[in-house]
Design a protein around this ligand. Structure first.
Ligand code: CMX
Ligand code: CO
Length: 140
């Protein structure tokens, strides 16, 4: 079902500082910056590598307010890995297959993610404590 690790989502207090760290330490390059009001984040996607299954990124996330998903996570756990995003061919189909196995979907239907992707989250309590995102990249 999974084509690649699309991205690792990392929660941080200060997006600009974290971008600067990833650029200067690892030489990663920012390919997209967005504010996603629905997800409550200001974010940047940094390119890691291109593989057979598509492109992998690091997604740096700064909360728009303390009541958002990432804001609550930071208050509880501090900065660090927030979620894993897996690339899939067809997000709606994958959601149905996964739900049929008894894993709770957070999203009933796909939502808008970074760079035109269709995304859906699975509940971390049903995935061994890992918030998991399905990502269908836009058709080239
Ligand atoms: N990873 C693992 N566990 C997490 C978690 C995370 N990122 N976020 C919350 N949890 C756990 C909490 O620790 C808590 O567990 P305990 O009850 O054992 O303490 C439980 O889930 C409930 O957490 P909460 O703080 O009460 O938060 P909510 O239930 O209100 O929300 C969640 C949790 C996962 C449903 C919510 O964060 C969500 O809908 N996330 C999906 C959307 C999202 O994260 N958007 C930002 C990224 C956008 C993008 O990638 O583009
Ligand atoms: Co993500």
């Amino acid at each position: 079902m999974f084509l690649r690790i699309d991205h690792v989502g990392i929660a941080c207090h200060n997006l600009e500082e974290k971008i600067e760290f990833y650029e200067s330490t690892f030489g990663l390059v920012v390919v997209s910056r967005e504010v996603n009001e629905a997800q409550g984040v200001r974010e940047a996607m940094l390119h890691v590598a291109d593989g057979e299954g598509g492109t992998s990124y690091v997604q740096l996330l700064e909360p728009l307010s303390p009541e958002t998903a990432v804001g609550k996570f930071l208050a509880k756990r501090g900065e660090g890995v927030h979620h894993i995003g897996y690339g899939v061919e067809d997000v709606t189909k994958s959601m149905a297959e996964i739900a049929a196995k008894g894993v709770r979907l957070i999203d009933e239907r796909p939502r808008h993610g970074s760079m035109g992707a269709s995304i859906a989250f699975l509940h971390p309590k049903d995935v061994g404590g890992v918030l998991t995102e399905l990502v269908e990249a836009p058709r080239a």
